[in-house]
Write a protein that binds this ligand. Structure first.
Ligand code: CA
Length: 219
């Protein structure tokens, strides 16, 4: 799961990144509206956290532009603007959720997970695939009912496969969902991560579809 955070307050941006990364999420940070729009339209994210008061391009203008370009990623507005009129403007511009500052970081994570779950077409919070279960709201995996310990990279790959279980997830898409913009992926290349996951959950659970990608599902 990879989140774009568009936030010009550097202290808050650092806190947001820390919070989301501690929950295994990959985070890219944009410090103004133009950079946010550029990243949103050139990279692939599971969701965007969007501040409204931004240099170079206001958050509402950024959001309208994204929706005009038919970008479907869920967008959560995170702002100090708390009037009803501001919320109406935000939702009418295409927001999927709206939170006001000050906020609880855990609530932001919970809302983002719900947005990503729904965006992948899941109503239930608990997904199962063979011996593997995933709590999409807590981000926890279990294998045969026992907690599965995963590194952040392993979690990102497995959650991406789980949200699309039974379907081939293209290699390119997995890469985009797993690595931050400036990530050095050598020791955590996708093949290495897939190998480690297979050892943890059973080789038969992750099928390689040659030339395309990977599919999660009991063989
Ligand atoms: Ca701001």
């Amino acid at each position: 799961m990879r989140i774009l955070v568009v936030e010009d307050d550097s202290a808050l941006a650092a806190e947001l990144s820390r919070t989301l990364r501690s929950e295994n999420l990959a985070v890219d940070l944009a410090v103004d509206g133009e950079e946010g729009l550029h990243l949103a339209t050139t990279e692939h994210y599971d969701a965007m956290v969007l501040d409204l008061g931004l240099a170079k391009m206001d958050g509402i203008a950024l959001l309208r532009d994204c929706r005009e370009k038919e970008l479907t990623l869920p967008v959560l507005i995170l702002t100090a603007r708390d009037s009803w009129a501001d919320k109406v403007t935000g939702f009418r511009a295409g927001a999927d959720d709206y939170m006001t500052k000050p906020f609880l970081p855990q609530e932001l994570t919970m809302r983002l997970r719900a947005l990503v779950r729904r965006a992948n077409g899941h109503a239930a919070t608990r997904l199962a695939c063979g011996r593997l279960t995933y709590d999409a709201q807590l981000g926890h995996f279990e294998l045969d009912g026992l907690a599965l310990r995963l590194t952040a990279f392993e979690w990102r790959v497995l959650s991406a496969l789980m949200l699309r279980k039974g379907v081939v997830v293209e290699r390119r898409e997995l890469l985009e969902r797993v690595y931050e913009y400036d990530a050095d992926s050598d020791s955590n290349s996708l093949d290495v991560i897939i190998g480690r996951l297979r050892r943890k959950i059973g080789a038969e659970m992750i099928e390689t579809v040659r030339g395309r990608g990977y599919r999660l599902g009991p063989a």
